[in-house]
Ligand binder design. Structure first.
Ligand code: PNS
Length: 174
C-alpha cells in the first residue's frame, strides 16, 4: 500500500455481518475486497434477538486469528444501526457479498434502507468465487452438526472450534 498524502482519506470499507461463524466465502470476499480498499473493518453484529452458536468474542477471535497477518483488516463489534457504526468510523462504503439471486431482495432492501438513513453511505456488492456460492454459516453449522465434512468450507480454526462446541454439547447431553 502506498503512503497517503497529507489530508488524503484512506479507502476504507465496512464488512458487516453475523459471522456465526466466518466461512471461506466471507474470507474470499475480504481477500478480494483488500485489492480495492485500503482498509476493511469487519463489523460483527451483536444481536440480542438471535441466539448464535458462537459468542461475539469467539467470532471476533476467530476472525482476528484468520487475518492476524493482515494489518489492513480490523475486527470490531457493533450494536444498533449500521449507518451509525459507519459514521462513527468515518466509512462511506459497506461491502456485502451476493451469492445468488435469492440474496438479492434482502440485500437490495437493506442497501436502500441504509442509503435512505445516510445518503453518503454506498453499498458495494461483491460476488464470492463460484466455489462458495452455495455456502452459508447456517449450512456449515448444520452439515457439521450432522457429521458432514466442512474442511473446504471454513478456515481450520473455525472447524476446530465447531468440533469443540460439538464435543461440549455431546458431553452436556450424556
Ligand atoms: O450476516 P448477516 O446476518 O446477513 O448480516 C446482517 C447485517 C448485520 C448486515 C444487518 O442485519 C445489519 O446491518 N444490522 C444492523 C441493524 C441495521 O442497521 N438495520 C437497518 C438496515 S436493514
Amino acid at each position: 500500500m502506498t503512503a497517503l498524502a497529507c489530508g488524503e482519506r484512506d479507502r476504507r470499507a465496512i464488512y458487516p455481518g453475523s459471522f456465526d461463524p466466518i466461512t471461506n466465502g466471507h474470507v474470499d470476499i475480504i481477500t478480494r475486497g483488500l485489492k480495492i480498499f485500503d482498509r476493511i473493518l469487519i463489523a460483527v453484529l451483536e444481536n440480542p434477538v438471535k441466539e448464535p452458536l458462537f459468542t461475539v468474542a469467539e467470532r471476533m477471535a476467530m476472525i482476528g486469528e484468520i487475518f492476524s497477518g493482515e494489518p489492513r483488516v480490523e475486527v470490531m463489534s457493533f450494536q444498533g444501526l449500521l449507518v451509525d457504526f459507519a459514521r462513527n468510523h468515518d466509512a462511506r462504503v459497506v461491502i456485502r457479498g451476493l451469492r445468488a439471486v435469492s440474496d438479492f431482495e434482502y440485500e437490495f432492501q437493506m442497501a436502500l434502507m441504509n442509503h435512505k438513513l445516510n445518503p453518503d453511505l454506498e453499498t458495494f456488492f461483491m460476488m464470492p468465487s463460484v466455489r462458495y456460492t452455495f455456502l452459508s454459516s447456517n449450512m456449515v453449522k448444520e452439515v457439521h452438526r450432522l457429521g458432514g465434512c466442512i474442511r473446504d468450507l471454513v478456515p481450520p480454526i473455525v472447524e476446530s472450534n465447531l468440533d469443540e462446541k460439538k464435543r461440549r454439547a455431546e458431553r452436556s447431553i450424556s
